[in-house]
Design a protein around this ligand. Structure first.
Ligand SMILES: [Zn+2]
Length: 129
C-alpha cells in the first residue's frame, strides 16, 4: 500500500531545494521502491540547456543505490502554488526503461488535490529498440 501522505511530505520537502534561478518553477518528487524506500528528487537548472528534472534525479539516486524495482512516483510542481504537473516527455520515456505500463504516477496539486495516471496513460507508445 502506498503511503501517499508520506510521499507528499517528501516531495514538498525536496521541492524547497530545487535549483531554479531561471524558470522559478520548482518541482519535487518522491519515488517509492517495492521494498519501501523513498528516493526524493528536485529539478536542477543550468545556464546552459542541460537542466535535469526532479523525476530523473530521483530515479538516478535510486538506481545508483542499487534499486531497480519501483512501486509509485508522486510529483508536485509550480512557481508558488502547486499546479498540476506531470513528468515531461523525456522523463516519461526515461521512466519507461525501469517501470511497467501500469506503474502509477501521482500528481499532487492545488488545495490538496490528487490525480493518478499510469505510465501507459502518460506515454502510450514508448520508444523501444
Ligand atoms: Zn522531465
Amino acid at each position: 500500500m502506498v503511503d501517499l501522505d508520506k510521499l507528499i511530505k517528501v516531495a514538498k520537502d525536496v521541492r524547497e531545494r530545487a535549483y531554479v534561478p531561471y524558470s522559478g518553477f520548482k518541482v519535487g518528487c518522491a519515488l517509492l521502491t517495492k521494498n519501501g524506500k523513498i528516493f526524493s528528487g528536485c529539478n536542477v537548472e543550468n545556464h546552459g540547456i542541460m537542466a535535469i528534472c526532479a523525476e530523473r534525479v530521483a530515479f538516478c539516486k535510486a538506481i545508483s543505490e542499487g534499486e531497480k524495482d519501483f512501486e509509485a512516483l508522486l510529483v508536485i510542481g509550480g512557481k508558488d502554488d502547486l499546479i498540476y504537473t506531470t513528468p515531461c516527455g523525456y522523463c516519461r520515456q526515461f521512466i519507461s526503461e525501469f517501470c511497467q505500463k501500469d506503474f502509477p504516477i501521482y500528481m499532487y496539486y492545488g488545495d490538496n488535490k490528487l490525480d493518478k495516471k499510469t505510465l501507459e496513460e502518460l506515454l502510450p507508445d514508448n520508444f523501444n529498440l
